[in-house]
Write a protein that binds this ligand. Structure first.
Ligand code: S3P
Length: 432
């Protein structure tokens, strides 16, 4: 009897973008008045940010489907000298380090086993310029004790690592620092912090010169309280996009997806692979570009991507590796060393997981090579370890749906950190 194949058909709307959800709460907490947030992502990482902000007297409530953040004005966080648990969330950790670097509070930062392995020195070194410090003084990981300064010291800085989290930590520190601070970046990292600050009336200016960008922010200036609509998460969308592309006779419509150019590297990469993706109904929403995506099963071709593109698709590499397995030819991904500092070492975790289903991929410290290969070898007792990494867990679940083979994914529960409705959405799309 021929093996059954799964098809995925339907229209979906995704939960709010994770990066913008964090920022709407954190920046909203600094506004003068109440900020209404619609389509906020309700996931573990976002709940970590909410719980942390509440420790500083920020009132955050949910009414019907919307969230309301009672802004305490710039510099207005209530005193709290205690422990902040950031859970699995690097964005909560790094953005709050930035926000708190200009408050004279002594705070112990902790996180789960995955977050405790991730580098924090890269953020703390930047925040030291504003007068913050850390104990023990050479500590690079959580748990650590963070001491903010009495008054932020005006800072001009050139970003060394292509990280939006570091850039955002800087801007949140500058927001409560007298004078105009500036940060220069030569990479295309996501710019949601800049966009949201501008949307809420901050004195922010962005000067661009070819690849170089300098952001100037005047601190101690008030932020307006305005309604924020959080667009659908393009990183979450990428799992559904690849699922439809690599499955036969599938077509899906994803409505209201974030299409900020600093995040659409995944669409550019897939289009280079000859993916059939159409963008419709592009519009602006709370300062961000949003649109609808129409995706159809496609015959994919391999591609080569250089490192310059990496910041624009940094979270999408695991699912792009899965797409590459279904492409004709060998795909090559260069300049991706930052993948080693995510919720897990994503190069290693993907490599190990794929070897469990009979696929060997080549890797170096900063690159991966994947030969299109659909000869999977899944045994009944195959277990793939996602190592506390939600995006690895989801990538392997997409693979299992596309090839219609069951394997066990250890740590699958971490999907809750970013995309709690993931499994339900797949189930609703599935037609067999
Ligand atoms: C994020 C930035 C990225 C990304 C992370 C979310 C953000 O990290 O991987 O999931 O919201 O700013 P880096 O900026 O450290 O690369």
């Amino acid at each position: 009897m021929p093996k059954k194949i799964n098809r995925f058909i339907g229209a979906i709307q995704l939960p709010g973008d994770k990066s913008i959800s964090h920022r709407s709460l954190i920046i909203g907490s600094q506004a003068t008045g109440i900020v209404k947030i619609s389509n906020l992502l309700e996931s573990g990482d976002i709940f970590s940010t909410i719980q942390c902000l509440k420790k500083f007297g920020i009132k955050i409530i949910k009414k019907k489907k919307d969230y309301f953040v009672y802004g305490q004005v710039v510099g207005g966080l209530e005193k709290f000298n205690g422990t902040l648990n950031c859970g699995n969330s690097g964005t909560t950790a790094r953005l709050l380090l930035g926000l708190l670097s200009t408050y004279p509070y002594t705070i112990k930062f902790i996180g789960d086993r995955s977050l405790s392995k991730r580098p924090m020195g890269r953020v703390i070194d930047v925040l030291k310029n504003f007068g913050a410090s850390v104990k023990p003084s050479n500590k690079n990981n959580f748990p650590l004790t963070f001491q903010g300064s009495f008054v932020g010291l005006q800072t001009d800085y050139k970003l060394k690592v292509a990280s939006a989290q570091i850039k955002s930590a800087f801007l949140l520190a500058a927001l409560n620092t007298p004078g105009i601070s500036s940060i220069e970046e030569n990479f295309d990292t996501r710019d949601h912090t800049e966009i949201m600050l501008k949307y809420l009336g901050a004195k922010i200016q962005v000067k661009k010169k070819s690849q170089k960008k300098i952001i100037f922010l005047e601190g101690k200036m008030p932020l307006d309280a305005k309604d924020i609509y959080v667009p659908g998460d393009i990183s979450s969308a990428s799992f559904m996009i690849v699922l439809a592309l690599i499955s036969k006779n599938s077509k899906i419509l994803i409505k209201n997806v974030l299409l900020n150019p600093t995040r659409t590297g995944i669409l550019d990469a897939l289009k280079k692979m000859k993916a059939q993706i159409q963008i419709k109904n592009k519009r602006l929403c709370s300062g961000e570009i949003v649109g609808d995506l129409f995706v159809k099963s496609s015959k994919l071709r391999s591609l080569t991507i250089q490192g310059e593109m990496a910041p624009r698709l940094i979270d999408e590499y695991p699912i792009l590796f899965i797409a590459a397995l279904f492409a004709k030819g060998t795909s090559k991904f260069y300049g991706i060393e930052e993948l080693r500092f995510k919720e897990s070492d994503r190069i290693e975790t993907m490599k190990e997981g794929l070897s469990k289903v009979g696929i060997n991929i080549k890797s170096t410290k900063s690159s991966v090579e994947i030969k299109g290969n659909k000869n999977f070898n899944v045994l009944n007792n195959t277990v793939i370890d996602a190592k506390g990494d939600h995006r690895i867990a989801m990538s392997f679940k997409i693979l299992s749906e596309a090839i219609n083979k069951k394997f066990k994914i250890k740590d699958f529960q971490y999907v809750q950190t970013s995309f709690p409705t993931f499994t339900k959405i797949i189930k609703n799309l599935k037609k067999n």
